[in-house]
Design a protein around this ligand. Structure first.
Ligand SMILES: Nc1ncnc2c1ncn2[C@@H]1O[C@H](COP(=O)(O)OP(=O)(O)OP(=O)(O)O)[C@@H](O)[C@H]1O
Length: 363
C-alpha cells in the first residue's frame, strides 16, 4: 500500500504544488487521480518514486518512508508509464522492454525472453519486437511503454496520462487492455488523468483533486457519478454523468423475455448454432444488436435495444447463443430497481466520503 501522510511540495520559487495530502492507495486496485491542469497530479505521482521529494510530510510504501530508500532500488519496484511512452529511440522494441530485467542482472537471453512474453501480454504482434519505436503507431508505443513498466514485475505501477496522446479509439483499446491486464496481474496502480471519462472507466477508486492537490472527493466511480460531493465536483463530472453512470452498472439483472415470438412484426432468426442472426419482418432483414448480461453494462444493453428494429436487445451467453430478449423498458427498470445505489453484486462502499472503494465496473 502507498500512504501519503501530510505530503506536500513547495517549490523554491514559492509555488505550492501540493499542500498537504493524506491519501491511502490500496494494494491491488486502480486508484485514479483526476483534476484540472496544474492541480498537482504529476507531483503526487512522482513523490512515490522520489522523482519529486516532498517538502512536508512523507510517503510510505508498505510502511516504509520512501525517503529512506535508495532511489534506484525503489524505482525497480515501481513501474512508471508516461505520455508518449518515453521509449529509447535507438533501441529496438524488444531491447526497450528487456532493459529493466537486464539491469536487474538477468542474463541477456532470459531478459529478452521475458520481454517477448510481455509484448505478447500487452497485445503486440511478435514482429513488432524487431522494430524501432519510431516505426510504431502511438498506441503501439504506449503498449511497449506498459510492457516495459511491467518488465521487472513491480507490485506498483505509476501511470501519468499514459494514453492521452493517442486518438480516442486507440485510447479505448488501451484502456480495455489495461483492465484486462489488471484483472490478471492485480498491481497497485496509481493513474493520473485529466479526463473524467477515463477516470471512471478505469478506477476502482477515483480521487478528484482541486488546486494544490486538495481532495475534493474520493469515491468509487458509481458513487462519484451519482453522488458528487458538491456543485464543483458535479460540474467537473459533466452534464451527462447520469448516462455515463449506466456504463458502470452491470446488465446482469435485466429481465429477459423468451427469444421466440413476434415483436412489432419482427422475429429473431437464429443461426445454426443458436446465435442471433438477424431480425426478420417479411422481406426485411436487419442486424440483431446483442449484449452479454454477464459482462456488459446497462449502457451496452440500452444501446443494443435502441439500435434494434424490434426495440429489443438480444441477450447472449458466453458462447454467443441467445438467452433472451431485453426491452428498453426492462433495461431502465433494472436501473430503477437498484434505486441508484451501488451495483447489486458489488460490495457496498463503507461510506461515500472520504473512502468509497469497491463498486463493480460493468462494461
Ligand atoms: N519545478 C517547479 N517549480 C515551480 N512550480 C512548479 C514546478 N513543477 C511544477 N510546478 C507547479 O506545481 C503545480 C502542480 O504541477 P503538476 O505538474 O503536479 O500538475 P498537474 O496536475 O500534473 O498538471 P497537468 O495536468 O497540467 O499535467 C503547477 O502549478 C505547476 O506549475
Amino acid at each position: 500500500m502507498i500512504r501519503f501522510e501530510g505530503a506536500g511540495k513547495r517549490h523554491p520559487d514559492g509555488t505550492v504544488a501540493v499542500e498537504e495530502l493524506d491519501l491511502d492507495v490500496p494494494e491491488g486496485r486502480i486508484t485514479v487521480l483526476v483534476g484540472p491542469s496544474g492541480c498537482g497530479k504529476t507531483t503526487i505521482l512522482r513523490m512515490v518514486n522520489r522523482m519529486v521529494e516532498p517538502t512536508a510530510g512523507r510517503v510510505l510504501l508498505d510502511g516504509q518512508d520512501v525517503a529512506g530508500l535508495k532511489a534506484t532500488t525503489l524505482r525497480r519496484g515501481i513501474g512508471y508509464v508516461i505520455q508518449q511512452a518515453g521509449l529509447f529511440p535507438h533501441r529496438r522494441v524488444l531491447d526497450n522492454v528487456a532493459t529493466v530485467p537486464h539491469l536487474l542482472g538477468w542474463d541477456r537471453k532470459r531478459a529478452r525472453a521475458r520481454a517477448a512474453e510481455l509484448l505478447e501480454l500487452v497485445g503486440l504482434a511478435p514482429e513488432t519486437a524487431k522494430r524501432y519505436p519510431s516505426q510504431l503507431s502511438g498506441g503501439q508505443q504506449q503498449r511497449v511503454g506498459v510492457a516495459r513498466a511491467l518488465a521487472a514485475d513491480p507490485p506498483v505501477l505509476l501511470m501519468d496520462e499514459p494514453f492521452s496522446a493517442v486518438d480516442p479509439l486507440v485510447r479505448a483499446g488501451l484502456q480495455e487492455e489495461l483492465l484486462r491486464l489488471q484483472s490478471e496481474l492485480n498491481k497497485t496502480v496509481l493513474f493520473v488523468t485529466h479526463d473524467i471519462e477515463e477516470a471512471v472507466r478505469l478506477g476502482d477508486r477515483v480521487v478528484v483533486l482541486r488546486e494544490h492537490g486538495r481532495i475534493a472527493q474520493l469515491a468509487d466511480p458509481h458513487t462519484l457519478l451519482t453522488a458528487p460531493a458538491d456543485e464543483r465536483v458535479a460540474a467537473f463530472l459533466g452534464r451527462d454523468r447520469g448516462l455515463r453512470g449506466l456504463g458502470l452498472r452491470p446488465a446482469a439483472d435485466v429481465a429477459l423475455l423468451p427469444a421466440d415470438g413476434v415483436h412489432h412484426g419482427w422475429r429473431l432468426e437464429p443461426d445454426a448454432d443458436g446465435r442471433p442472426a438477424a431480425w426478420v419482418r417479411g422481406p426485411e432483414r436487419r442486424d440483431a444488436p446483442s449484449f452479454a448480461p454477464a459482462v456488459d453494462s446497462l449502457r451496452a444493453a440500452l444501446d443494443a435495444a435502441v439500435l434494434s428494429p424490434a426495440g429489443l436487445a438480444v441477450a447472449v451467453g458466453a458462447d454467443g447463443r441467445t438467452t433472451g430478449l431485453a426491452s428498453r423498458a426492462a433495461v431502465l427498470a433494472a436501473l430503477g430497481a437498484e434505486g441508484g445505489g451501488a451495483p447489486a453484486d458489488a460490495p457496498q462502499p463503507d461510506a461515500p466520503q472520504p473512502d468509497g472503494a469497491g463498486a463493480g465496473r460493468g462494461r
